[in-house]
Write a protein that binds this ligand. Structure first.
Ligand code: NAP
Length: 266
């Protein structure tokens, strides 16, 4: 597979680094198109991929074209791309809120894929959800899955609406966990732990709990019950959370994220 990435910013750069690090695509088969010279040089030097500043006929010699520019630049970039893209090429967009219908109107392209990655892609631990239009074949879908599995893990959605739902869960999810971590760090500080100590305590707790969850292959509910002895400390905190409807509040917040994703979609 030969891939063009348009936009080597936070997300495009992270995906490029993950693909090369995992040897999913040889650097020679990747072209980065990035208008900012400093970013372009840095990424092409580190990864060994081909690079150039502008979208031109070079697009035609690649199988897949990934759009990783900001949504506000998307129309201008797609109008440029429309001059070169070929009907057999797969266009993959990681741009939040830009629907396949909108992309198709500008690009006139049948094979379209929308992906919602998240920020841990920066360390090849991202969670990506993708939806492919029906024109994208099975082999091409497998290729997309391999591509985003190399950035962490990846799931194929059955409809485009699931991209907004994934935005509310995995896309925005790191922000929710950072918020929870913030409250734990602040509590640790109030007990007298230094900032460094507090962050270490919370980081390792979250990491250990996640790894344990993965290794045990049970639901979080089962694990929560296992660690909540009757009359114990964990249960004291969990009972308090429940009395304040924290669980409901989290679900309502996630619903707000979903509605906002829908509102921002065009
Ligand atoms: N960051 C995240 O966590 C995240 C998560 C999920 C989805 N996304 C999606 O990923 C996309 C990119 O986000 P980002 O945070 O990576 O943005 P970013 O850091 O601004 O990267 C976009 C890059 O594209 C370049 N660019 C703009 N127009 C171009 C053109 N015509 N040709 C070549 N390069 C061009 C920009 O250069 P200049 O700086 O010179 O304009 C910039 O370096 C967004 O649509 C966003 O919705 C991001």
């Amino acid at each position: 597979m030969r891939l063009i990435i348009i936009g080597g910013g936070n997300m495009g750069g992270a995906i490029l680094l993950a693909l090369v690090k995992s040897k999913t695509i040889p650097p020679n088969d990747i072209m980065l198109i990035e208008s900012d010279e400093e970013k372009r040089q840095k990424l092409s030097t580190v990864t060994g991929c081909n690079s150039q500043a502008e979208i031109d006929e070079a697009v035609r010699s690649y199988d897949q074209v990934m759009l990783a520019v900001k949504p506000q630049s998307s129309t201008a970039v797609m109008e440029l791309l429309a001059q070169w893209v070929l009907p057999g090429q797969v266009v993959i967009s990681v741009m939040a809120g830009i629907s396949i219908k909108t992309m198709r109107e500008v690009l006139g392209q049948p094979k379209m894929v929308r992906v919602m990655p998240n920020i841990p892609t920066l360390i090849s631990e991202g969670m990506s959800v993708f939806f492919a239009s029906e024109e994208v074949g099975i082999k091409e879908r497998e290729g997309i899955k391999t591509l985003f599995d190399s950035c962490g893990s990846c799931l194929e959605a059955k409809n485009e609406d699931a991209i907004d739902a994934a935005t509310a869960i995995s896309g925005s999810g790191p922000g929710y966990l950072f918020y929870f971590a913030e409250q734990m760090v602040s509590s640790a500080n109030s007990f007298g732990f230094t900032d460094d100590e507090a962050q270490k305590l919370v980081q390792q707790t979250i990491r250990g709990a996640t790894l344990l969850w993965e290794s045990q292959k049970v639901t979080p509910e089962t694990l929560r019950q296992q660690v909540s002895s009757p009359g114990g400390t964990t249960l004291a905190a969990l009972n308090h959370f429940q009395s304040k409807n924290v669980g409901e509040s989290i679900k309502e917040g996630i619903q707000q994220a979903y509605l906002r994703a829908k509102e921002l979609s065009s």
